[in-house]
Design a binder for this molecule. Structure first.
Ligand SMILES: [Zn+2]
Length: 141
């Protein structure tokens, strides 16, 4: 009985969190529309812009859906010839290969999507490091 109630509580909590997450995503997405098509004069400024967008998205486990292929991607700015402000690219892994799409001189269309969950069974999150760091023996002849 009690277990069942706990399960129900967790279920409704999860539902509540999903709802909040959705609100966050929609709010961020609508605010970020103000940046689409914008660009700053220098590479470093554009990088900073992309970084701050990306940081915000990371906090909420969000990614930008690549307008070209639909994959969840990370917004970056990379240097490019003839583009003093750099190029806005979408960085993602497709078929295990790191791939860049886009390349516009200004912020590309932003549609947010949930960060994909890691499918590979690498639960390396809680793996602890071997505690060998403490002892360093020095040979003194
Ligand atoms: Zn893409």
């Amino acid at each position: 009985m009690e277990g069942n109630e706990t399960g129900q509580m967790l279920k409704s909590l999860q539902w509540e969190l999903n709802r909040i997450q959705r609100t966050v995503r929609l709010t961020l997405q609508s605010k970020l529309q103000g940046l689409v098509g914008q660009s700053l004069p220098t590479l470093s400024e554009n990088r900073e812009l992309a970084n701050s967008i990306q940081k915000m998205l990371d906090t909420h486990s969000l990614r930008i859906r690549c307008p070209q292929c639909g994959h969840a991607s990370i917004l970056r700015v990379s240097p490019r010839k003839g583009m003093p402000g750099g190029a806005f690219v979408l960085d993602h892994t497709i078929d295990r290969k790191r791939t860049f799409h886009g390349g516009s001189s200004s912020v590309p269309p932003i549609q947010l999507t949930a960060k994909p969950e890691r499918k590979a069974k690498t639960t390396a999150k809680t793996r602890s490091q071997p505690a060998a760091a403490g002892e360093i023996r020095s040979k003194v002849g």
